[in-house]
Design a protein around this ligand. Structure first.
Ligand code: PMP
Length: 429
């Protein structure tokens, strides 16, 4: 089944009425060149474009599709929800169902508020941290992306990095001045910031694995140190687990490391492909949010019943067994990529958190500067060499990529072979 249109025709048409032909910048292939693919259908781990080409998908809608596309139990739950109502703009029991499932894996989240995106979740968390502490400053780390809220679009990763506009025009200087940007994995820089701005910092916002500059793991002691220094000062620790949430059987990085942040932001997997974000945390903090407290936050479609049903069905399928399989698939792909790089003589390294992977053409970096020192210049070529072999990687060097439960042995072997071929072609460039 294909529409008979070409990707190029679709892109040209889209550009006549959509800004850059897209609704999220990285989709325009600006960082890798060439024509974006226009998709018609997705099943399992495969994407099908308008020309009828099939790709092994390693973007998985940037993370939510951990079960694969079109999982039958998820589709059934969504169909049932659609038949019942598209939206109430009022309460439904599904909201507490999903909240309870999240709390079971994230015991630090006493109370939860759902939003329709990760961006909104982080914006809510930051406003709440400021409202709770009655302080203005927010600490973030270079290379971490937390959505496109104004005060956080400063030294952001992925899309913003790719386009070379780390802070966007339109973000006021006043806004930028309330955001302190520190190097990732540098606990002494964080301690120094607290020495200088003690009593003024509302919260420290961090991706506990840096998922928007590739996938940069935290060095030992970094997150623990942030917990310590925030507790000493009375600032809140905010974990943005939008990417890392539900990647591991322990819930997120907080469960893995036994660190209890004050607020956690979630998105992606908890919606299973529908627009869902969430923030939640300490009861006394969350009770400052309206309607219990004075900090305002709301949404017409927040807690949307179809989105909730999709998230519930997705989390229900994420059994212990599912995580074992995801771990095996992730490890297989990690091994295949490393072997492909080694045999081609390419200096490649892979980082991995369960089913999420980071690929670096160089040693494993600890921060944004080290990410930039890898051969990111080779990524556009690598991306197209993979695409030509039917493997869809993120169209930017700074993104995490994924395997899902639906990736079978044959699919992962195809990706492995494609990497081997691509690395051979890259050798000498
Ligand atoms: N936080 C992190 C860590 C993210 O990776 C993203 C998006 N990739 C966001 C927040 C924003 O989420 P959304 O795109 O749903 O607004």
């Amino acid at each position: 089944m294909s529409s008979g249109k070409s990707n190029l025709e679709c892109f040209e048409r889209a550009q006549r009425s959509l800004v850059g032909g897209v609704n999220s910048p990285v989709r325009a292939f600006g960082a890798v060149g060439g024509t974006p693919r226009f998709f018609e259908r997705a099943r399992g781990c495969h994407l099908y474009d308008v020309e009828g080409n099939r790709y092994v998908d390693h973007v998985m809608s940037w993370g939510p599709m951990i079960l694969g596309h079109g999982h039958p139990e998820v589709l059934e739950a969504v169909h049932r929800a659609v038949d019942a109502a598209l939206t109430f703009g009022a309460c439904s029991p599904l909201e507490a169902d999903l909240a309870e499932m999240i709390k079971a894996k994230f015991p630090s989240m006493d109370l939860i508020r759902f939003t329709s995106s990760g961006t909104e979740a982080v914006m809510g968390a930051v406003r709440l941290a400021r409202g709770f502490t009655r302080r203005d400053l927010i600490v973030k780390f270079a290379g971490c992306y937390h959505g496109h809220g104004d005060s956080l679009l400063v030294s952001a990763g992925s899309g913003a990095l790719t386009f070379g506009t780390p802070s966007s025009p339109g973000v006021t200087r006043a806004c930028g001045a309330q955001t302190l940007v520190l190097p990732y994995n540098d606990i002494s820089a964080a301690r120094e910031a607290f020495r200088r701005f003690g009593g003024q910092i509302a919260g420290v916002l961090v991706e506990p694995w840096g998922g928007n500059m590739g996938l940069v793991p935290p060095v030992e002691g970094f997150l623990e140190g942030l917990r310590e220094v925030t507790l000493e000062d009375g600032a809140l620790l905010i974990f943005d687990e939008v990417i890392t949430g539900f990647r591991v059987p322990q819930g997120g990085v907080q469960g893995l490391l036994g660190i209890r942040p004050d607020i956690t932001c979630l998105g992606k997997v908890i919606g299973g492909g529908m627009p869902v974000g969430a923030f939640g945390g300490r009861r006394d903090v969350m009770e400052h949010l309206s309607p219990l407290g004075p900090v305002y936050q709301a949404g017409t479609l927040s807690g949307n019943p179809v989105a909730m049903a999709c998230g519930i069905a997705t989390l229900r399928c994420l059994t212990d067994r599912a995580y074992v399989e995801l771990e095996e698939k992730g490890a297989y792909l990690e091994g295949a990529i490393l072997e492909a790089a080694r045999s081609a003589g390419i200096p490649g390294s892979v980082t991995r958190l369960g089913s999420a992977l980071g690929l670096f053409l160089g040693p494993v970096p600890r921060n944004l500067e080290e990410v930039k020192a890898t051969r990111v210049d080779l990524y556009p070529r690598l991306f197209h060499l993979m695409l030509d072999q039917g493997v869809y990687l993120p169209p930017s060097a700074f993104e995490t990529f994924f395997v899902s439960l639906a990736h079978g042995t044959e699919d992962l072997e195809q990706t492995g072979r494609a990497f081997a071929e691509a690395f051979r072609a890259l050798k000498g460039m």
